[in-house]
Write a protein that binds this ligand. Structure first.
Ligand code: NA7
Length: 550
């Protein structure tokens, strides 16, 4: 059980139970109310916002421009809210999520500080029975998993991890009251997006910062800056056009307002001479890796771009030992989610900031005083774990819903996730996942993908209600075909290169099946497909009016 909430346990019957009150759960609640369905939302945190509630580490901010990473469903909301920067920081996005919760009066149906512990399909009544760590036991006809893609923190299982006498903290569980880093000796373990955002900020206040890196990251300057009031007014005048373009783009990102992604590149790096490549490097810096069409698709081109990237890095990081440690060498550009940063490499020029290459000097144990590697013991006051998440499937498999005939999701997905359109999985009627595996999800602007899924689910439930239908479940054929399509579109891309070890593939979690989880075919194509399926009377789904025969 989590912390007790001192409220009576809930036992009611609902139309829909939503798990999670991040952006997905909140918008889902809003839409379901709109079609008159009695909905309850359970949220483990004591506030709304999901990712933007939990990730409070110094430097946490969105890597998509905020004007685009925001809800489009309310014109009033768009006109009321002002973003202060191109890419807003965590406090501002959390404030936005709270503003949305208040504006649409969402809180009265959100039960906070309550973690769903089980969900089981009852075949006799066609309902989901959902239990929580606060003793609630409710039933609902539909269950929507808005549990997030990066919501289950991973912490390494180093020997002695609990022995450390200083402060241990995880970026994704950063305490609300903050962590005093002033004048402290700080270790950061990990060099993914979270660490790369946190490191420059921690370096500003710590007396010493040592970064423990397993894999060097590719990261690009964020070029973040404030948005002027004039720009915000201009954006507000053109929201409709922006949203339309977002919805019809492969990533849900247009990049018109300061982003770097305007038009897709057409020139190939392989067509350039060495001199021309160096001239491009001179002009674009790290951006050189993003201006050629063949870099993401042709591994020879990718390798050339990788070398240019390393050359630029060595210009910035003055100490050759640090530069060598920070240079990615053995996996393709773009196979992991690109990181964007504000002064990451420059931070390593500070005398009190150093890096330990764990490939040469692995961590052997955490001790009372700090970190022991194969070479020596380092003493710290604070150890920051920036070690990532059990992505995309972790939260779903932790709840481990029990579907028809008592079969669990862990059993069904033992060899990797399988579903239809990333929305529903055979054997689990009336259970939807928002931005789950098999959908564009983390390969897109999450807010655009969330809205697309929520809108589709809302339309589906409205359709079922209007027709008096009780259950919906994909057919086995539709699921098999979709799984094949998800795999096929990823084939041959850098995402599945044998040298790629990303959380998209699940390989960051010991024992997890290596499978590329998101759908890479593009949000625009995916949206069209989902719309066609709905227009064709929910093609590939079986809809029934009465309990499924045993
Ligand atoms: P990531 O991107 O999964 O990064 C986690 C980092 O932690 C990465 O550098 C890992 O190295 C490292 N890691 C993980 N486990 C260990 C152990 N046991 N020892 C040493 N280092 C370890 O998570 P983030 O939170 O940074 O970012 C997640 C997403 O949030 C990001 O993509 C954005 O979408 C926002 P590895 O590369 O696995 O060798």
């Amino acid at each position: 059980m989590g912390a007790t909430t001192n409220r009576p346990a809930l036992t009611g019957e609902y139309d829909v139970v939503v798990v999670g009150a991040g952006a997905a759960g909140m918008y889902m609640l809003h839409r379901l109310r709109g079609i008159g369905l009695r909905t309850i939302v359970f949220e483990a945190a004591d506030g709304v916002g999901g990712t933007w509630y939990w990730n409070r580490y110094p430097g946490a901010r969105c890597d998509v421009t905020s004007v685009e990473y925001s809800f489009s469903f309310s014109k009033e909301l768009e006109q009321e809210w002002n973003w202060s920067e191109l890419m807003a920081s965590q406090p501002e996005i959390e404030a936005y999520m709270n503003y949305v919760a208040d504006k649409f009066d969402l809180r009265r149906d959100i039960v906070l500080s309550t973690r769903v512990t089980s969900a089981a399909w009852d075949e006799s009544s066609d309902t989901w029975r959902v239990e929580t760590d606060q003793g609630d036991s409710i039933s609902a006809r539909f269950c929507v998993m808005a549990t997030g893609c990066l919501s289950v923190p991973l912490r390494p299982d180093y020997p002695g991890i609990d022995d450390f006498k200083g402060v241990s903290v995880q970026t994704s569980l950063w305490p609300k009251e903050g962590v005093d880093l002033n004048g402290k000796r700080v270790a950061v373990i990990g060099t993914g997006s979270s660490a790369i955002q946190a490191i420059p900020e921690i370096a500003k206040v710590a007396s010493q910062l040592i970064v423990f890196q397993r894999t060097p990251a590719y990261t690009w300057p964020a070029q973040n800056r404030p948005i002027t009031p004039e720009e915000m007014a201009e954006i507000k005048a053109h929201y409709d056009e922006l949203r339309e373009r977002q919805r019809n783009s492969p990533l849900g990102i247009v990049g018109r307002f300061g982003g770097a992604l305007l038009e897709p590149p057409t020139q190939n790096i392989l067509d350039l001479t060495e001199e021309e490549r160096l001239a491009a490097l001179e002009e674009y810096g790290f951006g050189v890796t993003r201006i050629f069409a063949d870099v993401p698709t042709n591994m020879e081109a990718n390798e050339i771009a990788r070398k240019l990237y390393g050359m630029h890095l060595r210009k910035i990081v003055k100490d050759p030992r640090k530069a060598e440690a920070l240079t990615p060498t053995d996996y393709p550009l773009g196979c992991k989610r690109p990181v964007i940063d504000s002064g990451y490499f420059e931070t390593f020029n500070l005398p009190h900031v150093d890096i330990v290459n764990l490939r040469k000097e692995p961590i052997v144990a955490i001790t009372e005083r700090g970190i022991r590697t194969s070479e020596k013991e380092y003493e710290f006051d604070v150890i920051v774990y920036a070690t990532g998440f059990d992505a995309m499937t972790g939260a779903l498999l932790n709840i481990n819903p029990r579907g028809r005939r008592g079969r669990t999701l862990q059993q069904k997905w033992a060899n990797g996730p399988r579903n239809y359109l990333g929305l529903m999985t055979v054997g689990f009627p009336n259970m939807f996942t928002i931005t789950g595996p098999g959908s564009p999800s983390v390969l897109s602007n999450m807010l655009v993908s969330i809205e697309q899924h929520v809108d589709w689910i809302t339309d589906c439930l409205a359709y079922m209600t209007s027709k008096g239908l009780a259950t919906i479940e994909p057919t086995q054929e539709a699921e098999d075909a979709w799984v094949e399509e998800v795999n096929n579109v990823a084939q041959g891309t850098m995402y599945v290169a044998p040298s790629c070890n990303s959380w998209y593939l699940g390989v960051n979690v010991p024992g997890k099946v290596r499978q590329f989880m998101p759908y890479i075919g593009g949000l625009d194509r995916y949206r069209q497909r989902c719309d066609e399926v709905a227009a064709n009377g929910y093609e590939g789904f079986e809809l029934r009016g009465s309990p499924v025969p045993a």
